[in-house]
Design a protein. Structure first.
Length: 188
């Protein structure tokens, strides 16, 4: 009976160790990958990267919808203005970035953002699927596409969920949510 008890205690200890090591070496790296990609995407969109300045440098809004945001940044002289577009693709479930030197008339080829985005990680709206960008006016009222002017946008709210697979812990997949808010200054 004592031998059975000792074997049972050792078995329970080993089962706990196996679960710990599976979580440590299988789940944790996937969760960390998802978090790194989500943080990098959030940082590129808000602060920018070596190719373009981020949303917080917006001088004027070119286009705004739930899945796309285009803006111009730079100095008041037309030759010094650059435009950036972030677009969420519903099929690939990634965000693409393109730039323009002529105020948004012609855009460069789109590139997935961040450029090292694994195909196994997807991006979607946090609270509502397919809603990545929401907008607010001066009085914090919701900005409505089609009825409000683009110059009325004073704040952009970025709601994203980054996940691998379905994001289920039980299947050793990772998921993380990001909510960021950026003030759009009135530089018109």
């Amino acid at each position: 009976m004592i031998i059975t008890l000792v074997i049972a205690v050792m078995g329970a200890t080993m089962a706990g160790a196996v679960v710990f090591f599976v979580q440590l070496f299988v789940y944790s790296p996937r969760q960390l990958d998802v978090q790194k990609v989500g943080e990098r995407l959030n940082n590129i969109m808000i602060e920018g990267d070596q190719d373009a300045r981020g949303i917080r440098y917006t001088r004027s809004v070119i286009d705004a919808s739930a899945t796309q945001f285009s803006y111009t940044y730079g100095y008041p002289v037309a030759a010094n203005k650059l435009s950036v577009r972030f677009r969420w693709d519903a099929i690939a479930k990634h965000i693409y970035q393109s730039t323009s030197n002529d105020g948004g008339s012609t855009w460069s080829a789109e590139a997935v953002t961040p450029y090292h985005m694994p195909s196994s990680i997807t991006i979607d709206g946090k609270d509502t699927p397919s809603v990545i960008f929401t907008y607010r006016k001066d009085n914090d009222a919701a900005w409505m596409s089609g009825s409000d002017n683009l110059v009325d946008i004073r704040r952009l709210i970025l709601n994203i969920t980054a996940k691998s697979g379905a994001g289920n812990f039980a299947n050793f997949q990772g998921a993380t949510d990001f909510i960021s808010s950026v003030e759009i200054k009135d530089f018109q």
